[in-house]
Design a protein around this ligand. Structure first.
Ligand SMILES: O=C[C@H](O)[C@H](O)[C@H](O)COP(=O)(O)O
Length: 234
């Protein structure tokens, strides 16, 4: 089985177990969510489900439109039944690193408005401690004018190294869906209290959001190499 098949089985399982008729569904971002939207569209078609989808990014919005699903927004649907989203890493306590694709801010807003947040991932995202498997650090979305002082402050507070994320098909930094920059914090201490770290980083003026999702995820599905799906709940 390919890694893509592992993503698909996790995504299909989450959509089959958690989405019901008349639900408001948060649609996460990234490559695994593509399979979730594919499965959701199949179910809407075959079971005639009435589902409204709230996107977490420009990419998610385009996926919803492409599959002819009903597009909603927080203004009209501030309470979401279930959000299905990917993750870059999930530790033993269900703390997540998200934002590898730069979509952490809207993802965290949508997760915070959701009765349940379900993560879908392949087996490479399943970790004991943050940093065991995902080596690109914790993404932090910042207001552009403040990126240098924020970098200095985080290193003074917690150590490690910080890189301003560069764009690939453009000279200069990645600019998020919200017009901000992304810092990738390569932390060295894996035994930090992530809840506290998240709160302290968020208090630095100019920090918009962190890619640390603490106590937000209710269940994670990990597609395995042999085609089965492992689960973890909190
Ligand atoms: O910014 C991106 C999001 O947080 C994604 O959900 C995360 O990076 C996982 O993406 P993928 O499913 O492509 O591994």
């Amino acid at each position: 089985m390919s890694l893509e098949q592992a993503k698909l089985v996790a995504a299909y399982r989450a959509v089959d177990e958690f989405v019901q008729n008349n639900n408001i569904v948060g649609i996460g971002s990234g490559s695994t969510v593509v399979y979730a939207v594919q499965r959701l569209a199949e179910r809407v078609e075959t079971e005639n489900l009435n589902v409204t989808c709230i996107p977490t990014s420009f990419q998610a919005k385009q996926l919803i439109i492409k599959h002819n699903l009903i597009l909603g927004e927080l203004d009209t649907n501030p309470i979401i039944d279930v959000t299905i989203d990917g993750a870059d890493e999930v530790d033993a306590n269900m703390t997540l690193i998200k934002g590898g694709g730069g979509c952490l801010l809207q993802e965290k807003i949508i997760a915070s408005c959701s009765k349940k947040m379900i993560v879908i991932a392949d087996y490479t995202k399943d970790s004991e401690k943050l940093g065991d498997r995902y080596k690109k650090g914790i993404p932090i979305e910042v207001v552009p004018m403040a990126y240098v002082p924020i970098k200095i402050k985080i290193i003074q507070m917690f150590g490690g190294e910080i890189k301003l994320r560069s764009a690939i098909a453009k000279a200069g930094p990645v600019v998020t869906d919200n017009g901000n920059f992304i810092l990738d914090w390569l932390f060295t201490n894996q035994d930090l209290d992530w809840d506290q770290v998240n709160s302290e980083i968020k208090m630095i003026p100019g920090v918009v959001e962190t890619g640390l999702f603490v106590k937000m995820c209710n269940k994670a599905y990990f597609g395995q190499a042999e085609g089965t799906v492992a689960e973890r709940s909190n």
